[in-house]
Write a new protein. Structure first.
Length: 263
């Protein structure tokens, strides 16, 4: 009887894993802006709607918007220059941008952060802005976040998360134990962290390329890495349990990108 129970759990696990796999690859789409084949479970229009709906709540978590119209407009001006350059480049290929970009400065003066919601809502904290010394550095930060939107990283992460949750559930069914569930969830988490680091490096590549096209100094991105290192544990902090590559690793990659895209 015990062996039949084990066999049943294995069969259930295989079925669950198969369903997760089929569901994941059924979400394959071609990114309309980059041509990449990606597993994404929503349309660009749904990404825009999600971002707009989430933006007020996300701003609230950082104390709301910074109360200076002048600084807000500075952030928006640099961001809009970025978007205009990108949209001109894709228009030359007959492609239209489906996203609605907007740039916001958050009140939080302690947190050093910038992030993008699906669909084009992009935020930078006053804590980070106050450490930047030039518009080129600001452009580097915002270009990186625009890259996350263009490459659909948030939507891609959602699809991957659902997939790995499905595999973790299959592993739990096979093991029949809470300990097995813990291990499975841990492995799923580590896999997602690796994808997160890859996304960061891809956005750095995007940022360098279009900074050069827009007339910004791409070496400012290296200066931003130095600022992040000063506030986040040093240039060589461990990458293993982090969604971001170490600043030292990113600096080396950025230098490679600058050499690749400079004419």
């Amino acid at each position: 009887m015990r062996s039949s129970g084990i066999k049943l759990r294995i069969i259930m696990a295989l079925v669950m894993a198969g369903i997760a796999l089929l569901s994941y690859y059924s979400k394959t789409q071609e990114n309309p802006l980059t041509g990449e084949k990606q597993q994404v479970g929503m349309s660009p229009e749904e990404e825009v709607a999600m971002g707009l709906q989430s933006a007020p709540q996300m701003a609230g978590e950082y104390g709301g918007l910074y109360p200076s119209n002048e600084l807000q407009q500075t952030v928006k001006a640099v961001g809009n220059r970025i978007v205009k350059t990108f949209e001109q480049s894709i228009a030359a290929r007959g492609v239209q941008d489906p996203y609605r970009f907007d740039f916001h400065l958050l009140r939080d003066a302690e947190t050093i952060n910038a992030f993008a919601l699906p669909g084009g809502q992009i935020f930078i904290t006053y804590g980070l802005l106050s450490k930047l010394k030039s518009q080129d550095q600001l452009a580097g930060v915002l270009w990186h976040e625009v890259g996350h939107v263009i490459h659909r990283h948030s939507a891609q992460q959602m699809a991957k998360s659902e997939f790995y949750q499905g595999l973790a559930g299959a592993a739990t069914a096979a093991s029949g134990s809470y300990g097995g569930a813990q291990i499975a969830n841990y492995v799923a988490q580590i896999k997602m962290m690796k994808f997160g680091r890859d996304d960061e490096l891809q956005s750095d590549d995007f940022g360098v390329r279009y900074m050069i096209d827009a007339g910004f100094d791409p070496t400012a991105m290296i200066e931003v890495m130095e600022i992040l290192a000063e506030s986040g544990g040093g240039m060589n902090r461990d990458e293993f349990m982090s969604t971001h590559p170490s600043p030292a690793n990113r600096v080396e990659k950025i230098k490679e990108h600058i050499a690749k895209y400079s004419h």
